[in-house]
Ligand binder design. Structure first.
Ligand code: CA
Length: 230
């Protein structure tokens, strides 16, 4: 993780701003804040932060509009702070290019873990992706296109392999159903959620000790899937 990464919080709730204003610097981050979407966009441009925490319910501009405008000029990670009843907006935010989300009320440890994962992911360029991915007893040799569970080679179909490697590419990040369908099956199949359910079940059956309680291929209810990283 880069030292003293700068985080910009765009949030109109004073309690959350106050909470993060003290806790984030205490955990080694530089901290900036904005109360409205318009100020948030201006601050983002002025400071070019390493990561943005964005409330979806802002007083002036839709949170998703803020994401759209930020994504016009930077890939800096965006973690959305959403209310429990903003399921649809949360998925739209991820589709627009947000990297992750936390649901309010959130715990500090959860938020810090998401921040670290997003920063780690941002610092990793495509060339430096490890050619062998390991997670518990799962090992994927991306160069040789071989998959092992507890040293035993597992045969995956081409679609299963593509689904797995897509999740590995975004390991630790939540991918929406639409993002996964687009990456694995292509942009004409983004509504075919049943493809994804079928293949995810197959993949879990092959890779998970207990497919009903997956340890690696995690479900983000109503949103998508996430590959655990540690
Ligand atoms: Ca709000």
């Amino acid at each position: 993780m880069p030292q003293e990464a700068a985080i910009l919080l765009i949030e109109d709730e004073p309690e959350i701003r106050r909470f993060l204003r003290t806790t984030l610097p205490a955990h080694g981050f530089r901290f900036h804040e904005a109360v409205t979407g318009r100020d948030g966009l201006a601050e983002a441009k002025a400071r070019n932060p390493d990561l943005i925490l964005l409330d979806l319910g802002l007083p002036d501009v839709e949170g998703n509009e803020v994401i759209r405008q930020i994504r016009e000029w930077t890939t800096t990670p965006i973690i959305v702070l959403s209310a429990r009843d903003q399921e649809h907006a949360k998925v739209a935010a991820l589709d627009l290019g947000a990297d992750d989300y936390v649901t309010k009320p959130f715990g500090l440890n959860e938020l810090l873990a998401r921040i670290r994962t997003a920063l780690r992911h941002a610092s990793r360029t495509s060339e430096s992706v490890e050619s062998v991915f390991t997670l518990g007893d799962l090992k994927v040799d991306l160069g040789r296109r071989q998959v092992f569970v507890s040293e035993k080679e597992i045969h995956l179909t081409p679609i299963e392999y593509k689904l797995l490697t897509t999740l590995i590419r975004y390991a630790g990040k939540v991918l929406t159903h639409r993002q996964l369908l687009k990456e694995v099956w292509g942009p004409l199949h983004m509504e075919e959620g049943h493809y994804l359910r079928v293949y995810m079940r197959q993949l879990r059956n092959k890779l998970e000790k207990n497919p009903a309680h997956p340890r690696y291929l995690l479900t983000e209810l109503g949103v998508g899937y996430r590959l655990r990283t540690e």
